[in-house]
Design a protein around this ligand. Structure first.
Ligand SMILES: [Zn+2]
Length: 434
């Protein structure tokens, strides 16, 4: 696996700056951002969770392929510009929004840190495999010929020795930078896993849950259909990876809980459609063929495997608590001196509003970041002449939110950030296009 990954760099230039490779990759990412744009404009694919999953499956996975090899290149900016566009599409924030906000709002770690994490992992893996040909090189690395080149053995070794931790690194960079509203977020990275079964019926047959899930899978199959009809996303590997990330992961979420239900057929019908899209076989094809052709084990067996694993995990974990992580985050909160830090009740929760309709989600993010199409900024960007609000003072985002006699929200940024019912009503009723 590892060796194959290393070999597949398109263009190995003699100088090892990876410029050509990264330029090609940039083009690829740009066309994938286009389809994400299309999704964001659709009625069925535009919720933040779907966009985020699609972005990870279609764009980030491509952007990070072989990343440990070229992570040290001075041309990584080419890739980051595209990934920032991706994050902008997910969150709906506008162009001038500080890029520090993007990963937080989209709940995807900053690209640079994701690559470092990947490098660290790969380096550790290589070190742990004494049979690999590259192993002796790592044990006694060659002398640097060019100071500017940073091969994986020096980067990996450095990351390991400084005990690189992606969420710590992210939190530190968040805290050390300074921009509007940043104290809404204290620890940008942690997400609490919560079991989120929609409908627990009294009989525990999970019929309602599985019926809802079926609908969800059906609309995701639509995305896959679109991909299959595109010129750049229709190869089977892309389809298979997307299917696993978008559809199977959803279909198998909490599966050990409902695996024993007699309504699992509802899910399997959808998964068979997924497999049909990947493989291109027609409707009457026997379903036994589908998993074989798509190289994905039969759904029922995948669920059994998941149940076994989860059961084993529960057995092996006498003391199932996420507590230690949360406690270390709380210490972090207390030690840092942040004004308004009481805005944050629980620093480790995924940012509120992910499930809002696209308009409200986008609007919310624009108020959080203070960047939107308000008159003051529109003038600054050269789109209009008048920076004033209808109430005759300069119209900034915070003016609209806090001060404007016509539009203001009485709950302030903190209630807006946590999307109280009043905040949501206010967002919905706000007659401005920001
Ligand atoms: Zn006003």
């Amino acid at each position: 696996m590892i060796i194959i990954q290393v070999i597949h760099i398109y263009y190995l230039d003699r100088t090892l700056t990876f410029k050509t490779h990264l330029t090609k990759l940039k083009g690829k990412l740009s066309s994938r951002n286009n389809i994400l744009h299309k999704l964001a404009g659709s009625s069925w694919g535009s919720d933040a969770n779907t966009l985020r999953t699609s972005a990870l499956a279609l764009i980030f996975s491509t952007a990070e392929y072989c990343a440990p090899v070229w992570e040290g290149s001075c041309h990584t900016k080419l890739i980051d510009t595209q990934l920032n566009s991706t994050l902008r599409i997910i969150t709906g924030v506008c162009q001038p929004t500080r890029i520090d906000w993007l990963p937080v709002l989209a709940h995807i770690s900053p690209p640079e840190l994701r690559r470092k994490e990947a490098t660290k992992k790969m380096y550790q893996k290589l070190l742990d495999s004494p049979d690999l040909e590259i192993n002796p090189i790592l044990q006694s690395p060659p002398k640097h010929r060019l100071k500017s080149r940073k091969p994986i053995w020096s980067r990996g070794n450095q990351l390991l020795s400084q005990n690189f931790n992606i969420s710590e690194a992210w939190t530190n960079s968040w805290i050390s930078s300074d921009f509007p509203n940043k104290n809404l977020i204290t620890s940008p990275s942690v997400k609490i896993p919560v079991i989120h079964i929609y409908h627990l019926d009294r009989t525990l047959t999970f019929k309602t849950h599985l019926t809802k899930l079926k609908g969800k899978l059906s609309s995701r199959n639509n995305i896959l259909h679109k991909l299959a009809g595109s010129s750049w996303g229709s190869d089977a590997n892309t389809l298979r990876t997307s299917a696993l990330a978008l559809i199977f992961s959803t279909a198998e979420y909490c599966a050990p809980v409902w695996e024993g239900s007699c309504h699992t057929k509802l899910i399997d019908t959808q998964l068979n459609s997924t497999l049909r899209i990947i493989t291109g076989v027609c409707q009457p094809t026997r379903i036994d063929w589908l998993p074989v052709l798509a190289h994905i084990s039969p759904p029922e067996l995948r669920r059994k495997e998941a149940t076994k694993k989860m059961y084993q995990k529960l057995l092996d974990t006498p003391d199932l608590e996420i507590n230690p992580i949360l406690q270390s985050m709380d210490k972090f909160l207390d030690s840092s001196d942040i004004p308004n830090k009481n805005l944050i009740t629980s620093p480790s929760v995924k940012i509120p509003g992910f499930s809002l309709p696209r308009r409200e989600w986008v609007l919310l993010n624009r108020f959080r970041t203070g960047q939107g199409r308000c008159a003051e900024l529109m003038k600054l960007w050269g789109y209009t002449k008048d920076p004033n609000c209808a109430c005759n003072v300069p119209q900034s985002m915070s003016h609209i939110l806090d001060d404007c006699p016509l539009y203001k929200f009485n709950g302030g940024i903190s209630n807006l950030h946590s999307v109280t019912p009043e905040a949501l009503n206010w967002l919905k009723a706000l007659p401005l296009r920001l």
